[in-house]
Every structure is written in structure tokens, then in C-alpha cells.
Design a binder for this molecule. Sequence first.
Ligand code: SF4
Ligand code: MG
Length: 331
Amino acid sequence: EKLLQVKRLKKHFRLDKGKLLKAVDDISFDIYRGETFGLVGESGCGKSTTGRTIIGLYECTDGEVDYAGRNLHALSAKEQHAFHRKIQMIFQDPYASLNPRSTVKEIIAEPMESHQLYKDKKEQLEKVYQLLEDVGLNRDHANRYPHEFSGGQRQRIGIARALALDPEFIIADEPISALDVSVQAQIVNLLRKLQKEKGITFLFIAHDLSMVKHISNRIGVMYLGSIVELTESKELYKKPLHPYTQALLSAIPIPDPDVEDRRERIILKGEIPSPIDPPSGCVFRTRCPHAMDVCAEKKPSWKEVESSHFVACHLYDETIIKDHDEVAVTK
Ligand code: SF4
Ligand code: MG
């Protein structure tokens, strides 16, 4: 069952002098109920903007987001309020997103208060205690302040707050990027446990492919406002098709120190171009080790190359590859 359908979504920001920043430029994907969908790409590729546009923090420029079959951006104010209970967000920096002057108890209870979930304060407090336990903390933590906790514990508080309204769907925007590597795995395990217990669907945003593997059922790889490849996690790690995915994967260290890393690291030349003035044709062509003439002229179309494995790259377009070979031969 498709819980979320993102259809040709665009988010463009208008800048000074009529310039346009195409942060998200025509992306489509579905998220099934109960799964974790990983969205991966370097900073500035538009993945956070995608999350924020889905949840309505940004108005979308074009396209549509359907949630359980309803167009989210066409709901009445009352429907939107009800819908906001179902979708929550977890942020990258657990410290910046927690009010330093509020106790843990107040932070977690805040969404319940704004939705007037409990008339009985005692009942509300019991729910806070329950949530603290759910995320691996305990009731003794309730009256303390965020600064008294480690980064990992603060992220647990942020997760407890996101769970306060019993959401169906959580957008986790780089929830582990700011944490020590040893703590990252704990938070990933916590999210997996919560998913199992509560059946929550996740959009998990990450800037590299090292941890998403352990949590995602499917992964979309984003580059400069576009999704360039999308498939099941296992398939993506086993058989990355897009040159950008191949480079991202080659950059992940092999976790076992006893295994010699014989893979060749693909170093991408140059920087990510500005989304204000993106390259013509394929957005990745200025850094792609396989770029051909056609890549500057034509935007690669979105193709299902193998079952449930989608990619946007001319290397997988048979007619173009044939022409390209012929050109190469006649030269
Ligand atoms: Fe590289 Fe061309 Fe494929 Fe883009 S379309 S990723 S430039 S080969
Ligand atoms: Mg971001």
C-alpha cells in the first residue's frame, strides 16, 4: 500500500535579480506503509528541502504530494491540523531543536498540549514517562534540561517528542549525522525497534550511504535537485548503476578492520555546481567520469533498467549508447 506519493515535485526559490534556485526539480517516488525509504545525497542536493516540502514547511512550486490517497497541499485548515498529528519530523541537530529552557517533560508534552490531547495532566505525564521508556530513557530524566544530556540522549528526547502524537509517518532529516559513530548505530537500532513496535513509516534522510543501508528498505539517491537512482537497498549496494551512486559507495570505508579494502575509490572531480545555474542535460555531467557529448545535450530520462531498479543516465539508454559507439568508431 502506497502511503506517500511524491509526484513530479518541484521546489524553486526565487532569489534577487530574478534568479531561481531549483532546490528540488521534478522528483517522483512512492513510500509504502511500514517501510523506511532512504533519501541520500551530499549537502545541498535538496533532500532536506524535499522533506520540508512534503510536510508543508515549504510551499511546493509544482507537483503533488499524496498521503493515503489525499493531496496534502489541497487540504482545508482543519484537515491539515488533523493530518499534522500523523506526520512528524526528527531533526539533525537535537540540541538546536530542543528548547534549552524547557525540561524534558515539557518538551515531550508540548505537542500533546498544542493538540489538547489530554485533559488530565496526570494522564499526560504517564504518556511522557512511557515515551521516555520507549526511547531508552527513564522517568528520572523528566525534570532535567537538554544540556544535561549527551548528543545521543538528546536525539532520543527529540524522537520521544516526535512520537508524542503517535504518528504514522516520520521524516527523519539526518538524525544521526551530528552524532559520534558509536552512537549512530544505537539511534538507528532504536528507530528500527520503534518501527517494528509501532508500525511507523519512515523517510530517512542521510548524506552518505554508510548507515542508511541498515535501516532502509529502498533508497533514492539525489544529486542537485534530482533523483538519479532508486531501488531496493540490497540491490543498490550490490549493483549501483548510476556513476554518482558508484562514487558514493566507493567512499564508504569497509567496517571490518581485518578485511583489506581493495576497492578503487572513485574521486569525483570538481564541486557540486550551483542549483541556480545547473548544467544542461545531465545534472551530474560536470563531475561524471563517463560523460559523453550527449550528456550535455539531453537530460537522461527515468528508466526502469531492471525490475524495481530505476536510473536516469544515458549509459543505460541503448539507442544512445549505440550511436555513441558509432561516433567513437568513425572518429
Ligand atoms: Fe554520466 Fe552521462 Fe550518465 Fe550523466 S547521463 S551520469 S553524465 S554518463
Ligand atoms: Mg540538510
